[in-house]
Design a protein around this ligand. Structure first.
Ligand code: AKB
Length: 314
């Protein structure tokens, strides 16, 4: 049985991944940590407050719990990163370097998410290939490309079992994302239920890849359980499940809530970032090397998101 450490468990992915992994591997075998106290994560399994930037503290948690697999989920996202690039580099790369080093010293496997943000305006826009030009124009993307290269380096030089996925914008109804360019695709559902209208910061016609949280959780486990002999790539795999614009998601909501309206107040930073990212990714390598298949599309996700938010606000 794996003994798992989640660093940054209080965020959008971590809060759901902790519960999901505890369901598979047993509550006692999944240690959740975050820089802040998270009562909910401590309710059904071990939780510790941990500063991912403190290498000694990270190593001590790994040793004390005899951890063999680490999920490093610490990240300042794309839009917030542009407000403080120095801080974004310090946090994103600092947490990653500490995770890589502790994984090397304690013989742990390491999962770190990358992102569609690792691509930039000079990457092919449609069905962006697995291996292609990567010249991101955000500090977030620069951290992600650096992280991918560091993951490869630790794998080839030290034999660390590093694995990673380039996530699209993640849509979920448990913990809100914060400071991302794709956040609109979560907020729009909450506002559709709350007020029946939404003001979008991203232009109406910009395509970005998105994915529903249940597919994210399954992808994390499937990649970490994959036979290493089949993995020609390590850091990091393109995955895809749906690609849409603000107009398309609004139309999908309007099929269920005909009175729903959307207007725009464009955030120039988000617009520039969104236009620099791919419209859609080619996920052939993930399909071939570890059997990736998405299960959710925009229509099913919209039904599920609206039902979940309604049931919580009723
Ligand atoms: C962001 O918008 O910054 C993130 C991402 C796509 O990595 N959701």
């Amino acid at each position: 049985m794996k003994k798992i450490l989640i660093i940054g468990a209080g965020g959008q992915i971590g809060s759901e991944l902790t519960t999901y992994l505890r369901g598979i591997y047993g509550s006692r075998n999944v240690v959740a940590t975050d820089v802040r106290e998270c009562k909910a994560l401590g309710a059904d399994g071990p939780f510790e407050v941990l500063d991912a930037l403190n290498a000694t503290s990270v190593a001590s948690v790994v040793a004390r719990h005899e951890i063999d697999t680490i999920f490093n989920l610490v990240a300042l996202l794309s839009a917030v990163g542009e407000r403080n690039p120095q801080m974004a580099w310090h946090v994103n790369i600092g947490a990653l370097m500490n995770s890589l080093e502790v994984a090397r010293q304690h013989h742990c496997a390491l999962f770190t998410p990358s992102s569609i943000g690792a691509f930039g305006p000079s990457s092919p826009k449609v069905r962006t290939p697995q291996d292609t030009v990567m010249q991101p124009t955000t500090i977030y993307g620069i951290c992600k490309v650096t992280g991918e290269m560091l993951g490869n380096y630790y794998h080839h030089k030290y034999g660390v079992d590093t694995r990673s996925i380039r996530f699209p914008g993640i849509i979920s109804n448990v913990t809100l994302p914060g400071g991302g360019t794709t956040d609109y695709a979560v907020e729009i559902y909450y506002e559709a239920i709350r007020s029946g209208r939404y003001t979008c910061a991203v232009p109406h016609d910009v395509y970005m890849d998105m994915i529903y949280m249940p597919d994210v959780l399954r992808a994390c486990v499937e990649l970490m359980e994959a036979d290493p002999a089949r993995l020609r790539h390590r850091n990091s795999f393109n995955i895809a499940s749906m690609s849409f614009t603000p107009d398309i998601i609004a139309a999908e909501i309007r099929k269920r809530i005909p009175s729903f309206t959307m207007d725009f107040n464009i955030d120039p930073v988000k617009e520039e970032i969104a236009r620099s990212w791919p419209d859609s990714l080619d996920d052939t390598c993930a399909r071939e090397e570890w059997g990736w298949r998405p299960e959710w599309d925009l229509s099913r996700m919209t039904d599920d998101m609206l039902a979940a938010i309604r049931s919580r606000t009723a």
